[in-house]
Ligand binder design. Structure first.
Ligand SMILES: Cc1cc2nc3c(=O)[nH]c(=O)nc-3n(C[C@H](O)[C@H](O)[C@H](O)COP(=O)(O)OP(=O)(O)OC[C@H]3O[C@@H](n4cnc5c(N)ncnc54)[C@H](O)[C@@H]3O)c2cc1C
Length: 413
């Protein structure tokens, strides 16, 4: 029986593990915390099939400084960290072109478009089926000019087959009374979906993986190690050299792959959520609040508001400012909702400077596969990424263009 070890038990790692297990591999997953210990726990739960516009649009360099100075804007930086991210920022900002946005959109659409079907296939027979559902996903614009500024990106989505309706705010109240008269325009995207509790979903998948004979080990991988059998890893001072190794350690991946000579312009895009626990009312659809760059999602027993981008690395704890900003904005949007308490969370989105995930083999190291870097859409694209990795490890070809995701792009720099 072929053997594979998967480092990281987030959305990508768990999906890879389950598809390889189904293909007859003996699979071990190692995680420092346990399943859904990272970003996959606290995201907004949206299966965002049409979220194919990256953060790095041409507007970002024009607006970034003003946004950083404005306490009510959704972009934050922990200033002492700034010097450490200069090489990343230089590369990140270089990608803020219309040409790159179009390249990114065309590259990502095959990975995201069928997300609901991919999650349904992953969950089938595991007990996690009920977490997955198809739902529309709204983008709410408070002001007409904000919608008009985004119009070209909606045109691009339409060209690439994303279906949506543009609804004026007062009409949207008939669909979702909680958001009546909140927005000038709502773009409601069809064939999207939702995971009703991302953390529990992944833990349920992981539990089934273990019940089917998979091995789950808790431990912190300190580095990757070249051995006579290929690439191995070190955990608890023990070097392990499996037949195949998959690295799906999310935002923590950059430093691990450095040990094997890959230098990736990559950062954590820190994000936050707050939850209104046991709310008196819930919205019908998940809604991206375009001005605040956060999503309000009805989850089981909670309303979660998740988003914000903060640069500040992996080590610093929560910053109270983005949490307060989310609280203020949610209060203004949902003034009549009462709830038991508010919980908050900080998570780390894995973000390469070109926003494209790395999926595939490390060049020259044949037993090591990478699956990380899905930034804002890793819940959406993670199920399919795991399936693709499983196919590639079995030596099969996949029916989407994998060139944009090839890790080799970083060996040429
Ligand atoms: C606020 C917020 C909202 C979001 N909303 C959405 C959304 O609505 N839809 C969407 O599609 N995406 C969303 N995302 C993005 C999505 O959550 C991520 O892209 C996705 O979870 C990444 O999955 P992953 O498996 O790559 O990484 P992770 O889930 O972070 O998993 C990595 C795992 O690796 C483990 N690990 C790391 N280093 C080590 C080590 N050295 N040793 C052992 N284990 C290690 C960690 O413990 C972790 O469990 C959001 C993210 C945030 C922060």
């Amino acid at each position: 029986m072929k053997e594979v070890h998967i480092l990281g038990a987030g959305m990508v790692g768990i999906s890879t593990a389950i598809w390889l297990q189904r293909a007859g591999f003996r699979v071990t997953i190692i995680d420092q915390v346990g399943p859904a210990g990272g970003a996959s726990y606290g995201n907004a739960g949206v299966l965002a099939a049409g979220s194919i516009i990256p953060i790095t649009t041409p507007a970002l360099p024009k607006n970034a400084f003003g946004m950083l100075m404005d306490k009510a804007s959704p972009l934050f930086v922990r200033w002492p960290y700034l010097p450490k991210m200069i090489p990343f920022l230089a590369s990140y900002l270089k990608h803020c072109t219309t040409q790159h946005v179009e390249y990114y959109a065309r590259s990502m659409i095959p990975l995201l478009r069928d997300t609901v079907a991919q999650h349904q296939a992953l969950a089938e027979g595991t007990g996690a089926e009920s977490f997955v559902s198809e739902h529309p996903y709204g983008f709410g614009y408070h002001r007409r000019d904000a919608y008009e500024n985004d119009q070209k990106w909606w045109d691009l989505r339409a060209q690439l087959g994303i279906q949506f309706d543009v609804i004026t705010g007062s009409d949207y109240g008939a669909i979702d009374p909680l958001f009546a008269n909140q927005f000038h325009t709502v773009v409601l995207c069809h064939q999207h979906g939702r995971i009703s509790d991302p953390g529990k979903y992944i833990r349920t998948l992981a539990q089934d993986f273990v019940e089917q004979g998979g091995r789950l080990r808790i431990g912190q991988i300190t580095d990757l190690v070249h051995t006579t059998d290929g690439l191995g890893y070190r955990v608890d001072d023990q070097i392990i050299s499996p037949e195949h190794l998959v690295l799906s350690t999310g935002a923590w991946s950059r430093d691990l792959v450095k040990t094997v000579g890959l230098t990736i312009p990559f950062e954590t895009e820190r994000g936050y959520h707050i939850e209104l626990v046991h709310p008196s009312q819930e919205p019908v659809n998940s809604m991206m609040i375009a001005s605040g760059k956060f999503v309000i999602t009805p989850l089981t027993d909670r309303i979660r508001a998740a988003g914000i981008v903060e640069f500040g690395g992996l080590e610093l704890g929560e910053n109270p400012e983005p949490i307060e900003l989310l609280k203020t904005q949610v209060k203004a949007l949902l003034p009549e909702v009462t709830f038991e308490r508010i919980d908050s969370w900080l998570g780390h989105r894995p973000a390469p400077a070109d926003s494209l995930p790395l999926i595939g083999q490390i060049p020259t190291i044949k037993n090591c596969w990478l699956g990380f870097g899905h930034q804002h859409v890793g819940l959406t694209g993670g199920a399919k990424t795991g399936r693709i990795l499983s196919e590639l490890i079995q030596g099969r070809t996949v029916d989407i263009d994998m060139a944009p995701f090839n890790p080799a792009r970083f060996t040429k720099q």
